[in-house]
Design a protein around this ligand. Structure first.
Ligand SMILES: Nc1ncnc2c1ncn2[C@@H]1O[C@H](COP(=O)(O)OP(=O)(O)OP(=O)(O)O)[C@@H](O)[C@H]1O
Ligand SMILES: [Mg+2]
Length: 417
């Protein structure tokens, strides 16, 4: 791709400026604005920071416009809220607004010319503005087509200046494909204050919002939504949805993971099928492939489960992705259950990280995880040794992955897989 030539830098005559000590800098933390969408507030770190620039990335059709229109609708009750749409016509947005309801006071500007948008924002700055999407913006100073890297970068840099100078909290919508390569948002991640990723399977109703970068808060928080005809509905208790106690099933185990400050019960499903392939398949949806390969290797080597001649498929319920090693044991148990044809007993969960030696490492914040299990009525939990139990849950402490397997499935010999 041909990049535009950099703007000429200033001449040698620039004067030096006095520097300050940090102690002399005047700073007060601005009050955050609640967005009216509690799951979005949680991921932002407790509301939207005024004059900040937030990039919301996601695959086409995941629900970015819906989420942000809902936030604008809620915020328009107290603040001036503007939607700049370059992708859809004002009439299309109106139809969506009518479906979602409550967006009567949201102002709209159907425009893709960057100069016009910046001038509009500077003349009468709203408190919050959504630009949908950054890929449609076009500056005539840059020769390349809208959506090219130089256009996207120029647009973001200009909007950043406007956000900071005019005090507008700006949401930029950016399209990303699975590998994040096309369309540019990756090039502007360092420019913006927050990068939120909206993920989910278009074919499932659940969507997960997470922060990939946040200058004002933790990046571990997770927001869960369900897509309905009336818009996105926050799921305040996702454990109930993804990991609720169910019938005993072969190849299924419940993981108690921790996403940020929030414990989350997730059902992990595994299928182990005999294969003649020289390189058996290990396919994970929602699990890191390297982590999966490691868990399979440890299970075969230290867990007493023969998996060399088997294809293994692992799936995390609800289209959620697991980043945390605390889910290792549950993944291992789901695979062991599938390989042996023995179900994991109902009402049981597990957490703990698996080391390469087959020994379990303690997981962070065990107390909160157990609390979540107790809340959801899971009676016993396989945990790494030295984890204390709590009222309402029996913590079954095990030292190795082999012990975890026999504590759940019994020490039966496996039928030749
Ligand atoms: N009438 C409806 N009832 C239920 N769900 C709907 C309805 N209309 C749209 N949706 C859902 O909204 C999703 C599209 O949402 P939205 O337009 O906000 O996504 P987006 O990420 O902005 O997409 P784009 O990349 O096209 O801008 C659809 O995938 C669909 O699941
Ligand atoms: Mg959209």
């Amino acid at each position: 791709m041909v990049e535009a030539a950099p703007a000429p830098t200033r001449g040698k005559g620039s004067a030096a400026r006095p520097v300050l000590r940090l102690v002399d800098v005047q700073a007060e933390e601005a009050a955050r604005m609640p967005t009216g969408v509690s799951e979005l507030d949680r991921v932002l770190g407790g509301g939207l920071v005024p004059a900040s620039l937030v990039l919301v990335g996601g695959e086409p059709g995941v629900g970015k416009s819906t989420l942000l229109l809902m936030a604008l609708a809620a915020m328009s009750k107290e603040h001036r809220a503007l939607l700049v749409t370059g992708e859809e016509s004002a009439a299309q947005v109106k139809l969506r607004a009518a479906r979602l309801g409550g967006a009567e006071r949201v102002e709209i500007l159907a425009e893709t010319d960057l100069d016009t948008i910046c001038a509009t924002l500077e003349e009468a700055p709203p408190a919050v503005c959504v630009i949908d999407s950054v890929q449609t913006l076009y500056s005539s100073e840059i020769g390349s087509a809208p959506g090219s890297v130089s256009q996207v970068r120029e647009a973001s840099a200009r909007l950043l200046r406007v956000a900071k100078e005019a005090g507008v909290a700006l949401f930029l919508v950016g399209h990303v494909t699975k590998d994040g390569a096309v369309a540019g948002p990756r090039v502007l991640e360092h420019l913006v204050d927050c990068v939120l990723q909206f993920e989910g399977d278009r074919y499932h109703a659940h969507r997960v919002l997470r922060a990939a970068k946040n200058r004002f808060g933790s990046t571990n928080e997770l927001g869960v939504f369900e897509m309905t005809g009336a818009g996105l509905v926050g799921v305040p208790d996702p454990s109930e949805l993804f990991g609720a106690a169910r019938e005993e099933e072969i190849g299924s185990a419940v993981a108690c993971t921790l996403e940020g400050t929030r414990p989350l019960l997730l059902e992990i499903q595994a299928l182990v099928a005999p294969t003649d392939l020289a390189m058996p398949r290990r396919v994970g949806t929602g699990v890191d492939p390297k982590r999966l390969a490691m868990i399979v290797a440890v299970l075969s080597r230290h867990g007493g489960i023969a998996l060399a001649q088997a294809d293994i498929f692992v799936n995390v319920a609800g289209g959620v992705r697991i980043d945390e090693p605390g889910a290792d044991v549950a993944v291992a148990l789901a695979i062991a259950s599938a390989a042996r044809g023995v179900p994991v007993p109902a009402g049981m969960a597990a957490f703990g990280e698996i080391g390469l030696t087959g020994r379990l490492r303690p997981a962070a914040q065990a107390e909160r995880r157990l609390e979540e299990c107790a809340k959801l009525g899971l009676g016993w939990v396989v945990v790494p040794a030295a984890t204390k139990g709590r009222k309402g849950v029996e913590a079954r402490a095990v030292e190795t992955v082999k012990q975890a397997v026999s504590a759940t499935l019994g020490a039966r010999p496996e039928p030749g897989c």
